[in-house]
Design a binder for this molecule. Structure first.
Ligand SMILES: Nc1ncnc2c1ncn2[C@@H]1O[C@H](COP(=O)(O)OP(=O)(O)OP(=O)(O)O)[C@@H](O)[C@H]1O
Length: 589
């Protein structure tokens, strides 16, 4: 019932068309009663009554009714199709909207395959319900009621005899309905799992091939596929149990009609024509009973899918955008963390983080993998909210900024770079679609990307594949950096952005960024000392806490953790570029 109420919320907007469709369906149901009536009349009036001139009138009427019925039915089927397309269009838009509002935590916990199952299979089940099931239920129900009424009008005792078994049919139809529902929920759950396996396999196909795990993946898929088949078969077994009963009961109707009706004709309490009318009306009892099973099937499938679609639509983002401050054109970029702690679920990741930086300063964050560096900057953009303490930008808690204003003022080059399947120009201009080509090129130059882009046969018009396939890791990093630069943010966050670049390129980029970053606050997360050594403040992190802080010189003088990393990195160099770095680092000492 809840699902019906939910879908009605969408259908309501198209109710005029829906009710017009239902009205036409009603007309067809009435027309369906006329042919059995004329068939009876032909027997009584023409065959027995010898009123031959009436034959052509009856036959003509029957043909006319059939034509009108076909035309009207075609029209209301079209109406329902239109309603369903409009309804599904609205729901799909809302779903996509909701997906875009949901935050990192949702995507951390939800499988892409499951989301895709909701956006495709589940939506299709809802569409099928609005396009077909609604009018079929109405059509079958009205045909059944008219047929019963008509039978009572012709001969109440025979009608009663035939109806005696319909409650039994109804009972089994209901039993079927309750038993089959859980099987549909299981089928759609398994479909989502199957989707997830396929999606992961496609996204991770390079890893699969690199590890020669095709066999393992095929086996994993086969297992889910087998489970999908089993769940479908389990559902069919429910059908197999009830369908023969429903079919046999429907067959009993014919037997009752022939035995009881035949006896009444012999008794002369029923005319032969009336028996023919009854016979022609049997399908009007039979058909809805048989269809009841399929329709129950469709309704249950709809309910199982609608629950999933509704659940996604009702999922609320944890990051709320409640207090909206718009009145500032540009953020300055003053950043402060005060006693900030954070955990993903129960696992503490950041613990009592405190630091403050002025506009235009650069902060370097260094530390072993898993220390919490990316998590720290994620709090700044409100990808997650701090569990304790306050993160402030320009003196205001980030929770009090309008989230779009906040994020629009920042540009993050994430560790895991994602490029869209679009042209290189389109990718760089993603955050600033109105930028001129010259601006795009200038950003690419600053990110040291213009050189390799210009060498491509199609230059900036080169379409890059999903996830930037076709480019090297370093090239992807540079396009992502150009994308961030072009956004002209107040705060630039570079999360391991130059890790895939050679030293020479990194040094050139750093020089360019220095002039660019004068006014901008910048966070540089890196493993290489060379990437952070010019920062105004370097935070050394370990296990979610800041264990050392200061600038390069101060930290070296401390001879602590940073000094150790510095020595390790300097001591490990043996190549040409490494020598260059040694000199570079020593020069700064
Ligand atoms: N989305 C997430 N859900 C749950 N735990 C997470 C999530 N992201 C990171 N973690 C955990 O939080 C801790 C800190 O991760 P984080 O990515 O901030 O480290 P990092 O210092 O940036 O590491 P790296 O240098 O490898 O990028 C790790 O233990 C990690 O397993």
């Amino acid at each position: 019932m809840q699902s019906m109420r939910w879908v009605w919320g969408y259908i309501r907007n198209f109710r005029i068309r829906l009710f017009s469709g239902l009205f036409l369906a009603l007309v067809v149901s009435i027309l369906n009663m006329l042919n059995p009536y004329f068939a009876g009349k032909i027997v009584d009036k023409v065959i027995y009554g010898q009123e031959n001139e009436l034959l052509w009138i009856f036959l003509g009427s029957m043909i006319g009714i059939t034509v009108v019925k076909t035309v009207v039915r075609y029209n209301y089927q079209l109406m329902f199709e239109r309603v369903s397309q409009s309804v599904i269009f609205t729901i799909r838009e809302k779903l996509y909207d909701r997906l875009n509002q949901l935050d990192f935590r949702f995507f951390d916990q939800t499988k892409t395959g499951d989301i895709m199952a909701r956006m495709t299979g589940d939506l299709e089940a809802v569409r099928h319900f609005t396009a077909w099931t609604i009018y079929m239920i109405f059509e079958n129900l009205t045909i059944l009621l008219f047929a019963i009424g008509f039978m009572f009008y012709i001969h109440p005792p025979l009608a009663l005899a035939m109806l005696a078994i319909t409650p039994i049919i109804g009972f089994f139809a209901m039993r079927l309905s309750f038993t089959v529902k859980p099987t549909f929920s299981a089928i759609r759950g398994q479909f989502a799992r199957l989707n997830s396996v396929v999606q992961e396999n496609i996204s991770g196909n390079r890893v699969v091939k690199a590890f020669a795990k095709e066999g393992y993946e095929i086996e994993k898929f086969s297992k889910e596929n087998e489970a999908f088949k089993e769940k479908n078969l389990a559902s069919s077994r429910v059908w197999e149990k009830y369908l023969p009963i429903l079919d046999s009961l429907a067959g009993v109707l014919t037997v009752v009609m022939i035995v009881v009706g035949g006896y009444m004709v012999i008794n002369q309490s029923l005319t032969m024509g009336e028996l023919v009318t009854f016979n022609s009306l049997i399908w009007a009892l039979n058909n809805p009973m048989r269809m009841a099973g399929w329709l129950i099937n469709d309704v249950q499938r709809f309910v199982a899918s609608a629950e999933k679609v509704e659940e996604l639509l009702n999922t609320k983002p944890e990051i709320k955008n409640e207090t909206k401050r718009y009145n500032v054109k540009h953020l300055k970029g003053v950043v402060e963390f005060e006693q900030v702690s954070f955990s993903y679920g129960d696992e503490p990741v950041l613990n009592d983080i405190n630091f403050k930086i002025r506009q235009g300063q650069t902060v370097g964050i260094i530390g072993p993998t898993g220390a919490g560096k990316s998590t720290l900057v994620n709090l700044l953009s409100r990808f997650y909210d701090a569990s304790k303490g306050e993160v402030r930008v320009d003196g205001l808690n980030v929770r009090d900024w309008d989230i779009h204003k906040l994020r629009n003022s920042m540009a993050t080059v994430m560790q895991d770079i994602f490029l869209f399947s679009d042209t290189i120009e389109g990718n760089i201009a993603y955050g600033n679609p109105n930028a001129s080509f010259e601006a795009v090129q200038a950003a690419a130059k600053m990110a040291e990307a213009d050189g390799f882009i210009s060498k491509l046969p199609e230059g900036y018009d080169t379409i890059i594949g999903e996830r930037g396939v076709g480019l090297s890791g370093g090239q992807r990093q540079r396009i992502a950096l150009a994308r961030a630069i072009l956004k002209n943010p107040s705060i630039l966050i570079l999360d391991d952005t130059t890790s895939a670049l050679d030293m020479e390129t990194e040094l050139r980029i750093q020089k360019t960024l220095k002039s660019l970053l004068k006014e901008k606050t910048c966070f540089i997360i890196a493993h290489r000392i060379s990437s952070v050594k010019d920062a105004d403040l370097i935070l050394v992190m370990e296990n979610g806490t800041i264990i050392e802080r200061g600038n390069h010189k101060e930290l070296l003088a401390k001879k602590g953790s940073y000094y150790k990393v510095f020595n390790n990195q300097v001591g490990n160099f043996d190549g040409m570029h490494d020598l260059e770095e040694v000199n570079y680092l020593n020069g700064a000492q």
